[in-house]
Design a protein around this ligand. Structure first.
Ligand SMILES: Cc1cc2nc3c(=O)[nH]c(=O)nc-3n(C[C@H](O)[C@H](O)[C@H](O)COP(=O)(O)O)c2cc1C
Length: 474
């Protein structure tokens, strides 16, 4: 399948939702939904009354009818919630999740992809973080049941994903290794998904999606192209100015005066070597401005992947209030993007937008871990598996054998990102989780596109990317 030159990058949680991906696809480019935490997104949208009925429309098309009906019965609130009412939460994902939990995860990614693909025949992708392991197989299978065309995965080494895609396309059992701290490599723990547990009679084979790992080094690209468990179809090469998580710099860690990691020559991907691999590649990180598409094509790339520009357009999942507040400050030159080396419990640098009106500035957040997507598995002294996150309450983390130094400066990405799309949890004291906004360094350039306006659409963003001179698209 020939993919378009512009890929709208996957942006979690729910920033690149089905509306954004669909809008981009309708412009002839590749729209990508974020697959991160979609099960929680689904049940919260249902509890908010599913305005417009889109979620229910998609749920009706899910092949496992009972699972869709159960979810509806359990979570749909026709009147929505009152502002001070907490969302009913899902149990956090564990190894060996129940068939019911797997089906809910499948349903959630089915819904998102179904809606992004509805009413047109352009390709649509789904993005997953490799670091989040436990829901991955169910998320992939649900997306494939909705006909997802492309799977993009970064933040880790998605070596085993190609074989899982091959197996799931034929409704065969799929397995991947679960990273467990403290476990001996001789007895690896595997995560499994068995489609026959859900479909006693296998449906027709599914399309095996194109697989594009997101990489930040030649060595990872070359390893994946040779040693992945199956076909890799191309790469997204992401540089350290990109929004969201960044790959850590290579070599001894160094920091600038603000405390941000410093990247050097060794972090630059050699495009000549990439061309030798013979697979198409797209350039990401700072490519979201006029002229960059042409530069990328001239350098032998198949195109660009852009996040920040799309994160702040009308169709993205960020709340309209946050978008308006950030863009007003961008226009005045009053935002900064900080590459925080410790905010993310993954240990990867994570970019955080800083501006005066950031609601998080006014809240002292108490540590709570109740979404748990970024928890890591570890083996307890009694041999059983448990899970911990460096952003959870410190005492709990220490009790689970974590080290205190690991907890310093950590933010709760799960709850913060959920809040930034208007699905923040209400706490017992009736405070709402403060949002966490991430963006690439290029956020500060969006004033050039705005030219005095207060907002823009995905179509305008794409027209701007295609223009070479930097004139605003009108
Ligand atoms: C708000 C936001 C959230 C993001 N979330 C993810 C994510 O969940 N997974 C991922 O692989 N990349 C994520 N990214 C990176 C984008 O997919 C894309 O590669 C990157 O933004 C490109 O660089 P740019 O921001 O300079 O355009 C995110 C970027 C932004 C701006």
């Amino acid at each position: 399948m020939a993919l378009p030159p512009i890929i709208q990058g996957g942006m979690g949680v729910g920033v690149s939702n089905w509306r954004l991906a669909r809008a981009v696809a309708l412009c002839g480019q590749l729209g990508v939904v974020s697959g991160t935490a979609l099960d929680s997104v689904l049940v919260r949208r249902l509890q908010d009354g599913d305005l417009g009925g889109h979620i229910r429309r998609a749920m009706e098309r899910f092949p496992l009818r009972q699972a869709a009906e159960d979810a509806l019965k359990r979570y749909f609130r026709p009147e929505g919630r009152t502002a001070d009412e907490p969302y009913a939460a899902l149990p956090m994902y564990r190894q060996g999740a129940s068939a019911e939990r797997e089906r809910l995860t499948m349903l959630a990614s089915f819904v998102e992809v179904f809606l992004a693909k509805e009413g047109h025949d352009r390709p649509v992708g789904i993005n997953l973080l490799t670091k989040i392991q436990l829901p991955t197989l169910a998320s992939l299978y649900g997306a494939m049941l909705a006909g997802v065309d492309v799977v993009l995965m970064g933040a880790g080494i998605p070596k085993e994903v190609p074989a899982a895609l091959d197996a799931l396309a034929l409704h065969q059992p799929a397995a991947m290794r679960l990273e467990v701290e403290g476990l001996s490599p001789e007895t690896p723990e595997r995560m499994r998904l068995t489609p026959a547990d859900h479909f006693p009679v296998p449906p027709a084979p599914l399309t095996r999606p194109v697989f594009l790992p997101i990489i930040a080094s030649n060595s990872l690209a070359s390893m994946l192209s040779r040693k992945a468990s199956g076909r890799v179809d191309g790469f997204i090469i992401e540089g350290p100015t990109a929004g969201g998580h960044n790959a850590p710099p290579r070599g001894e860690p160094r920091f600038n005066e603000l405390g941000e990691p410093v990247y050097g020559e060794r972090d630059v991907v050699d495009l000549a070597k990439m061309r030798e691999l013979g697979l198409p590649f797209w350039l990401a990180g700072g490519a979201g401005r006029p002229g960059r598409l042409k530069e990328a094509l001239d350098a032998g790339a198949a195109g660009i992947q852009v996040g920040t520009l799309f994160a702040f357009c009308d169709e993205s999942g960020l709340t309209p209030e946050l978008k308006a507040s950030v863009l007003t400050h961008v226009a005045r030159g009053e935002v900064a993007v900080f590459t925080d080396p410790v905010a993310s419990p993954t240990g990867f640098p994570f970019k955080v937008v800083q501006w005066d009106e950031d609601p998080a500035r006014r809240v002292e957040r108490a540590r709570v871990c109740d979404l748990g997507y970024l928890r890591t598995a570890y083996q307890r002294a009694d041999g059983r598996l448990d899970y911990r996150c460096a952003s959870e309450p410190v005492a709990t983390y220490l009790k689970k054998g974590g080290e205190e130094a690991e907890t310093e400066g950590r933010k709760c990405l799960c709850n913060g990102l959920m809040a930034s799309i208007g699905l923040g949890q209400v706490r017992k004291d009736e405070t709402v989780e403060p949002p966490l906004v991430t963006s690439g360094d290029d956020l500060v350039l969006l004033g050039e596109l705005l030219q005095g306006r207060s907002s823009y659409t995905a179509a305008e963003a794409i027209a701007w990317l295609k223009s070479e001179v930097g004139a605003p698209a009108t």
